[in-house]
Write a protein of this length. Structure first.
Length: 171
């Protein structure tokens, strides 16, 4: 039952609420994590989304962003952070954010999306382990989930990746 959930583009006035949710979900020292090395420039505006209740759209319940990254000099997406307020988790706010984000990205012609996350959660949205695709992509440091996951948004896009490469930040 997710009819009461609305996904909308993030506004500047949501920023404080988003920071509180990210601190709550990832801790105050979250900026030390490797993924933040890929977040030095702003995330893509059209893919910076929040979830809220339809009847209370100014209260942010979940948040998702996607950053542009480079592999083999080609621009791809890195999903994250994705987080939902603790007392609203498990009610579909996260799932709708990913679905909307991935659909928007696909419709804009984006080719590949990476995420450092739990395979058990992301597999339902079309993400694979790199091993399963016979790919080895180095990152700038260790990842919390030990690995990157990959989702092909445009058919055949995986062919753009060499077997061994590195994911680099943009900017
Ligand atoms: C992960 C997160 C964003 C999911 O959002 P959510 O709104 O709680 O999840 P949803 O309600 O959309 O989806 C819930 C479903 O995902 C499953 N799920 C949630 N986290 C999971 C995980 N780590 N592994 C496997 N399944 C998971 C639930 O069991 C549930 O399954 P069901 O629909 O079959 O019952 C949220 O729990 C969260 O903010 N967690 C802390 C931060 C985090 O880990 N972010 C992702 C890191 S990349």
């Amino acid at each position: 039952m997710t009819e009461h959930i609305k996904i909308r583009e993030k506004n500047k006035s949501d920023d404080v609420q988003i920071e509180v949710i990210l601190d709550e979900c990832f801790g105050q020292n979250r900026r030390n994590r490797t993924v933040y090395l890929y977040r030095k420039i702003p995330p893509l505006k059209y893919l910076s989304l929040v979830s809220c209740k339809i009847n209370d759209p100014s209260i942010v319940i979940g948040t998702i962003s996607f950053y542009p990254v480079l592999v083999n000099k080609i621009k791809f997406l890195l999903l994250g952070p994705l987080a939902v307020k603790l007392n609203y988790q498990g009610q579909g706010f996260g799932k709708l954010l990913i679905e909307k984000g991935i659909n928007l990205a696909t419709s804009k012609g984006e080719k590949i999306c990476f995420v450092s996350g739990d395979y058990k959660y992301y597999k339902d949205f079309g993400f694979y382990k790199l091993n399963d695709k016979n790919l080895n992509i180095k990152t700038l440091g260790p990842l919390s989930y030990d690995h990157l996951l990959i989702c092909e948004l445009k058919k055949g896009a995986l062919n753009l990746l060499p077997k061994n490469s590195e994911i680099l930040p943009m900017g």
